[in-house]
Design a protein around this ligand. Structure first.
Ligand SMILES: [Zn+2]
Ligand SMILES: [Zn+2]
Length: 342
Protein backbone atom coordinates (compact mmCIF):
# COMPACT_ATOMS: atom_id res chain seq x y z
CA UNK A 1 0.00 0.00 0.00
CA UNK A 2 1.01 3.61 -0.52
CA UNK A 3 1.72 5.64 2.61
CA UNK A 4 3.24 9.01 3.47
CA UNK A 5 5.58 8.46 6.43
CA UNK A 6 7.42 10.73 8.83
CA UNK A 7 11.04 9.67 9.38
CA UNK A 8 12.53 12.66 11.18
CA UNK A 9 11.49 15.53 13.49
CA UNK A 10 12.44 18.91 12.03
CA UNK A 11 11.11 22.44 11.54
CA UNK A 12 9.05 22.74 8.37
CA UNK A 13 11.18 25.75 7.33
CA UNK A 14 14.18 23.43 7.16
CA UNK A 15 12.43 20.67 5.30
CA UNK A 16 9.35 21.44 3.22
CA UNK A 17 8.87 17.76 2.41
CA UNK A 18 8.74 16.14 5.86
CA UNK A 19 6.79 13.10 4.66
CA UNK A 20 8.06 10.48 2.22
CA UNK A 21 5.91 8.39 -0.10
CA UNK A 22 6.68 4.72 0.49
CA UNK A 23 5.23 1.35 -0.41
CA UNK A 24 4.44 -0.75 2.68
CA UNK A 25 2.79 -4.13 3.19
CA UNK A 26 -0.93 -3.88 3.93
CA UNK A 27 -1.37 -4.29 7.73
CA UNK A 28 -3.20 -7.39 8.99
CA UNK A 29 -5.97 -6.89 11.59
CA UNK A 30 -5.60 -8.53 15.02
CA UNK A 31 -8.50 -10.53 16.47
CA UNK A 32 -10.35 -7.50 17.88
CA UNK A 33 -9.27 -5.22 15.05
CA UNK A 34 -10.58 -4.21 11.68
CA UNK A 35 -8.68 -3.41 8.51
CA UNK A 36 -9.88 -0.14 7.06
CA UNK A 37 -9.62 0.90 3.45
CA UNK A 38 -9.01 4.61 3.83
CA UNK A 39 -11.09 6.97 1.70
CA UNK A 40 -10.14 10.33 3.20
CA UNK A 41 -7.96 11.77 5.95
CA UNK A 42 -8.07 15.31 7.28
CA UNK A 43 -4.91 17.39 7.67
CA UNK A 44 -4.64 18.93 11.13
CA UNK A 45 -2.40 21.45 12.91
CA UNK A 46 -1.46 18.65 15.28
CA UNK A 47 0.47 17.03 12.43
CA UNK A 48 2.64 20.16 12.37
CA UNK A 49 3.16 19.76 16.15
CA UNK A 50 4.25 16.17 15.56
CA UNK A 51 6.54 16.97 12.62
CA UNK A 52 8.17 19.89 14.46
CA UNK A 53 8.48 18.01 17.76
CA UNK A 54 5.97 19.81 20.02
CA UNK A 55 4.04 16.56 20.47
CA UNK A 56 6.52 14.09 18.96
CA UNK A 57 5.70 10.48 18.02
CA UNK A 58 7.34 7.98 20.37
CA UNK A 59 8.78 5.99 17.50
CA UNK A 60 9.71 6.68 13.89
CA UNK A 61 8.86 6.12 11.12
CA UNK A 62 5.16 6.76 11.67
CA UNK A 63 2.15 7.35 9.44
CA UNK A 64 0.41 10.56 10.60
CA UNK A 65 -3.28 11.42 10.37
CA UNK A 66 -6.13 11.22 12.89
CA UNK A 67 -9.23 12.26 10.94
CA UNK A 68 -9.64 9.03 9.08
CA UNK A 69 -12.70 8.00 7.08
CA UNK A 70 -12.83 4.59 5.44
CA UNK A 71 -14.74 1.39 4.96
CA UNK A 72 -14.19 -1.84 6.82
CA UNK A 73 -12.30 -4.14 4.46
CA UNK A 74 -11.79 -7.07 6.79
CA UNK A 75 -12.84 -7.77 10.40
CA UNK A 76 -10.65 -9.73 12.84
CA UNK A 77 -11.80 -13.06 14.26
CA UNK A 78 -13.31 -11.60 17.46
CA UNK A 79 -14.77 -8.42 16.06
CA UNK A 80 -18.53 -8.60 15.81
CA UNK A 81 -19.80 -5.04 15.90
CA UNK A 82 -18.69 -4.00 12.44
CA UNK A 83 -18.81 -5.79 9.11
CA UNK A 84 -17.07 -5.32 5.79
CA UNK A 85 -18.42 -2.33 3.90
CA UNK A 86 -19.39 -0.29 6.99
CA UNK A 87 -18.17 3.29 6.75
CA UNK A 88 -16.36 4.41 9.89
CA UNK A 89 -14.23 7.22 11.24
CA UNK A 90 -11.24 7.21 13.58
CA UNK A 91 -10.37 10.33 15.52
CA UNK A 92 -7.47 11.24 17.80
CA UNK A 93 -8.31 8.48 20.28
CA UNK A 94 -6.79 5.26 18.91
CA UNK A 95 -7.07 3.25 22.13
CA UNK A 96 -7.05 3.38 25.94
CA UNK A 97 -6.70 0.64 28.57
CA UNK A 98 -10.42 0.33 29.36
CA UNK A 99 -9.69 -0.71 32.95
CA UNK A 100 -8.22 2.20 34.87
CA UNK A 101 -10.20 4.65 37.02
CA UNK A 102 -10.28 7.24 34.25
CA UNK A 103 -11.49 4.81 31.59
CA UNK A 104 -14.21 3.48 33.89
CA UNK A 105 -15.38 7.00 34.75
CA UNK A 106 -15.80 7.88 31.08
CA UNK A 107 -12.60 9.91 30.97
CA UNK A 108 -10.68 7.57 28.69
CA UNK A 109 -9.03 10.67 27.23
CA UNK A 110 -7.05 10.91 30.50
CA UNK A 111 -5.95 7.24 30.56
CA UNK A 112 -2.20 6.75 31.19
CA UNK A 113 -2.19 4.35 28.27
CA UNK A 114 -4.03 6.72 25.93
CA UNK A 115 -2.76 6.16 22.40
CA UNK A 116 -3.24 8.78 19.71
CA UNK A 117 -3.98 7.88 16.11
CA UNK A 118 -1.15 8.89 13.80
CA UNK A 119 1.25 9.54 16.70
CA UNK A 120 1.36 6.42 18.89
CA UNK A 121 -0.01 4.16 16.15
CA UNK A 122 -0.08 4.42 12.37
CA UNK A 123 -2.83 6.72 11.11
CA UNK A 124 -4.61 7.76 7.96
CA UNK A 125 -2.00 9.18 5.55
CA UNK A 126 -2.08 5.79 3.80
CA UNK A 127 -4.31 3.45 1.83
CA UNK A 128 -5.03 1.13 4.77
CA UNK A 129 -4.84 1.05 8.55
CA UNK A 130 -5.89 -1.24 11.40
CA UNK A 131 -7.62 -0.25 14.63
CA UNK A 132 -9.65 -1.94 17.38
CA UNK A 133 -13.24 -2.06 16.20
CA UNK A 134 -14.31 -0.47 19.51
CA UNK A 135 -12.58 2.78 18.52
CA UNK A 136 -14.11 3.08 15.06
CA UNK A 137 -17.22 5.24 14.91
CA UNK A 138 -19.97 4.98 12.30
CA UNK A 139 -20.25 7.98 9.99
CA UNK A 140 -23.75 9.40 9.30
CA UNK A 141 -24.75 9.05 5.62
CA UNK A 142 -25.35 12.77 5.12
CA UNK A 143 -21.60 13.47 4.83
CA UNK A 144 -19.33 12.67 1.91
CA UNK A 145 -16.02 11.02 2.83
CA UNK A 146 -14.03 14.24 2.64
CA UNK A 147 -16.72 16.24 4.47
CA UNK A 148 -16.76 13.80 7.38
CA UNK A 149 -12.98 13.85 7.91
CA UNK A 150 -12.57 17.35 9.44
CA UNK A 151 -15.46 16.69 11.85
CA UNK A 152 -13.41 13.97 13.53
CA UNK A 153 -10.92 16.34 15.14
CA UNK A 154 -11.35 20.10 15.60
CA UNK A 155 -15.11 19.67 15.80
CA UNK A 156 -15.09 16.83 18.29
CA UNK A 157 -12.52 18.56 20.51
CA UNK A 158 -14.51 21.80 20.28
CA UNK A 159 -17.62 19.91 21.33
CA UNK A 160 -15.72 18.47 24.30
CA UNK A 161 -14.61 22.00 25.27
CA UNK A 162 -18.24 23.11 25.17
CA UNK A 163 -19.25 20.14 27.35
CA UNK A 164 -16.49 20.93 29.83
CA UNK A 165 -17.82 24.46 30.38
CA UNK A 166 -20.84 22.83 32.06
CA UNK A 167 -23.01 25.23 30.08
CA UNK A 168 -26.68 25.84 30.90
CA UNK A 169 -29.01 27.31 28.29
CA UNK A 170 -29.45 31.06 28.72
CA UNK A 171 -26.09 31.74 30.37
CA UNK A 172 -23.50 33.75 28.48
CA UNK A 173 -20.74 32.10 26.43
CA UNK A 174 -17.55 33.73 25.15
CA UNK A 175 -15.13 32.39 22.54
CA UNK A 176 -11.62 33.79 22.32
CA UNK A 177 -9.96 32.94 19.02
CA UNK A 178 -12.19 32.29 16.04
CA UNK A 179 -10.61 29.72 13.73
CA UNK A 180 -12.11 26.47 12.49
CA UNK A 181 -12.78 25.14 15.98
CA UNK A 182 -14.38 28.42 17.10
CA UNK A 183 -16.84 28.46 14.17
CA UNK A 184 -17.95 24.95 14.97
CA UNK A 185 -18.39 25.61 18.69
CA UNK A 186 -20.49 28.66 17.85
CA UNK A 187 -22.78 26.69 15.53
CA UNK A 188 -23.15 23.78 17.96
CA UNK A 189 -23.80 26.11 20.91
CA UNK A 190 -26.49 28.01 18.99
CA UNK A 191 -28.17 24.71 18.13
CA UNK A 192 -28.01 23.16 21.60
CA UNK A 193 -28.45 26.30 23.71
CA UNK A 194 -30.73 28.65 21.72
CA UNK A 195 -31.14 31.11 24.62
CA UNK A 196 -27.41 31.53 25.19
CA UNK A 197 -25.84 34.72 23.89
CA UNK A 198 -22.40 34.26 22.32
CA UNK A 199 -19.57 36.80 22.44
CA UNK A 200 -16.48 36.42 20.25
CA UNK A 201 -12.99 37.86 20.78
CA UNK A 202 -10.68 37.81 17.75
CA UNK A 203 -7.64 39.81 16.64
CA UNK A 204 -8.74 39.93 13.05
CA UNK A 205 -11.54 42.22 11.82
CA UNK A 206 -12.64 39.68 9.20
CA UNK A 207 -13.09 37.01 11.87
CA UNK A 208 -15.04 39.44 14.05
CA UNK A 209 -17.44 40.24 11.19
CA UNK A 210 -17.79 36.56 10.35
CA UNK A 211 -18.67 35.81 13.99
CA UNK A 212 -21.52 38.33 13.83
CA UNK A 213 -22.75 36.78 10.56
CA UNK A 214 -22.83 33.40 12.26
CA UNK A 215 -24.95 34.76 15.10
CA UNK A 216 -22.61 36.11 17.79
CA UNK A 217 -24.40 38.99 19.59
CA UNK A 218 -21.09 40.87 19.98
CA UNK A 219 -17.53 40.60 18.73
CA UNK A 220 -14.44 42.54 19.70
CA UNK A 221 -10.66 42.49 19.88
CA UNK A 222 -8.90 40.14 22.30
CA UNK A 223 -8.33 42.74 25.02
CA UNK A 224 -11.72 44.47 24.83
CA UNK A 225 -14.25 44.37 27.64
CA UNK A 226 -17.32 42.37 26.72
CA UNK A 227 -20.62 44.15 27.42
CA UNK A 228 -21.29 42.40 30.73
CA UNK A 229 -19.48 39.46 32.30
CA UNK A 230 -19.55 36.01 30.70
CA UNK A 231 -20.33 32.74 32.49
CA UNK A 232 -18.07 30.62 30.31
CA UNK A 233 -15.26 31.36 27.88
CA UNK A 234 -13.56 28.88 25.57
CA UNK A 235 -10.04 29.73 24.41
CA UNK A 236 -8.84 28.19 21.13
CA UNK A 237 -5.67 30.24 20.64
CA UNK A 238 -2.00 29.21 20.91
CA UNK A 239 -1.18 32.30 23.00
CA UNK A 240 -1.31 33.52 26.65
CA UNK A 241 -2.70 37.02 26.21
CA UNK A 242 -6.22 35.75 25.41
CA UNK A 243 -6.19 33.76 28.69
CA UNK A 244 -5.45 36.78 30.84
CA UNK A 245 -7.92 38.97 28.94
CA UNK A 246 -10.62 36.30 29.08
CA UNK A 247 -10.29 35.95 32.87
CA UNK A 248 -10.98 39.66 33.15
CA UNK A 249 -14.31 39.21 31.33
CA UNK A 250 -15.36 36.13 33.28
CA UNK A 251 -18.38 36.35 35.62
CA UNK A 252 -18.01 35.40 39.31
CA UNK A 253 -17.87 31.61 39.56
CA UNK A 254 -17.34 31.46 35.79
CA UNK A 255 -15.19 28.94 33.99
CA UNK A 256 -12.50 29.38 31.35
CA UNK A 257 -11.86 26.28 29.25
CA UNK A 258 -8.54 26.19 27.41
CA UNK A 259 -8.75 24.12 24.25
CA UNK A 260 -5.11 23.75 23.19
CA UNK A 261 -2.61 20.89 23.25
CA UNK A 262 0.34 23.22 23.70
CA UNK A 263 0.70 26.96 24.27
CA UNK A 264 3.49 28.79 22.50
CA UNK A 265 6.07 30.77 24.49
CA UNK A 266 6.29 34.00 22.49
CA UNK A 267 3.97 36.02 24.77
CA UNK A 268 4.37 34.09 28.00
CA UNK A 269 5.42 37.27 29.85
CA UNK A 270 1.82 38.46 29.40
CA UNK A 271 1.05 36.22 32.38
CA UNK A 272 2.85 38.75 34.59
CA UNK A 273 -0.19 41.00 34.09
CA UNK A 274 -2.24 38.48 36.02
CA UNK A 275 -3.85 40.38 38.86
CA UNK A 276 -5.42 38.16 41.49
CA UNK A 277 -8.49 40.30 42.32
CA UNK A 278 -9.21 41.16 38.67
CA UNK A 279 -8.52 37.81 37.02
CA UNK A 280 -8.87 34.99 39.54
CA UNK A 281 -10.71 35.97 42.71
CA UNK A 282 -14.46 35.31 43.06
CA UNK A 283 -14.14 31.59 42.45
CA UNK A 284 -13.20 31.73 38.79
CA UNK A 285 -12.12 28.38 37.37
CA UNK A 286 -9.68 27.37 34.64
CA UNK A 287 -9.91 23.96 32.97
CA UNK A 288 -7.93 22.58 30.04
CA UNK A 289 -9.13 20.10 27.41
CA UNK A 290 -7.03 16.99 26.79
CA UNK A 291 -7.67 14.69 23.84
CA UNK A 292 -11.17 13.34 23.14
CA UNK A 293 -13.30 10.38 24.12
CA UNK A 294 -15.28 8.15 21.75
CA UNK A 295 -18.41 9.69 23.22
CA UNK A 296 -17.30 13.17 22.12
CA UNK A 297 -16.60 12.03 18.56
CA UNK A 298 -19.81 10.00 18.27
CA UNK A 299 -22.12 12.64 19.77
CA UNK A 300 -20.52 15.37 17.72
CA UNK A 301 -21.01 13.45 14.44
CA UNK A 302 -24.70 12.93 15.29
CA UNK A 303 -25.13 16.60 16.15
CA UNK A 304 -23.37 17.67 12.96
CA UNK A 305 -25.74 15.56 10.90
CA UNK A 306 -28.72 17.03 12.76
CA UNK A 307 -27.76 20.74 12.49
CA UNK A 308 -26.50 20.06 9.69
CA UNK A 309 -22.93 21.18 9.81
CA UNK A 310 -21.20 20.51 6.51
CA UNK A 311 -17.54 21.57 6.43
CA UNK A 312 -15.98 23.38 3.47
CA UNK A 313 -13.11 21.22 2.27
CA UNK A 314 -10.10 21.56 0.02
CA UNK A 315 -9.02 18.22 -1.39
CA UNK A 316 -5.46 16.98 -1.94
CA UNK A 317 -4.13 13.66 -3.21
CA UNK A 318 -2.23 11.47 -0.74
CA UNK A 319 1.01 12.28 -2.57
CA UNK A 320 0.30 16.00 -2.01
CA UNK A 321 0.24 15.74 1.81
CA UNK A 322 3.42 17.83 2.13
CA UNK A 323 1.86 20.66 0.09
CA UNK A 324 -1.22 20.59 2.31
CA UNK A 325 0.94 20.79 5.46
CA UNK A 326 3.04 23.68 4.12
CA UNK A 327 -0.13 25.61 3.17
CA UNK A 328 -1.57 24.96 6.63
CA UNK A 329 1.59 26.25 8.29
CA UNK A 330 1.53 29.33 6.05
CA UNK A 331 -2.08 30.02 7.04
CA UNK A 332 -3.43 29.47 3.52
CA UNK A 333 -6.87 28.27 4.52
CA UNK A 334 -9.61 27.68 1.96
CA UNK A 335 -11.71 25.20 3.90
CA UNK A 336 -10.40 22.24 5.85
CA UNK A 337 -7.62 20.40 4.06
CA UNK A 338 -8.39 16.75 3.38
CA UNK A 339 -6.47 14.00 1.58
CA UNK A 340 -8.73 12.08 -0.78
CA UNK A 341 -7.44 8.52 -0.86
CA UNK A 342 -8.61 5.40 -2.76
ZN1 LIG B 1 -6.46 17.14 14.85
ZN1 LIG C 1 -7.38 3.54 31.11
Amino acid sequence: MKAMVLNKIDRLENNKKPLNLVDLPEPAPGDKEILIKILACGVCHTELDEIEGRTPPHKLPIILGHQVVGTVEKAGRDSARLKPGDRVGIGWIFSSCGECRFCLEGNENLCDQFKATGRDANGGYAEYMTVSEDYAIKIPDIFSDTQAAPLLCAGAVGYRALRLTGIEDGKKLGLTGFGASGHIVLKVARHMYPNTEIFVFARNQKERLFARELGAVWSGDTEENSPGRLDYIIDTTPAWKPIVEALKNLEKGGRLVINAIRKQDFDKDYLLKLDYPVHLWQEKEIKSVANVTRRDVGEFLELSAEIPLIPEVQEFRLEEANDALVELKDGKIRGAKVLKIN
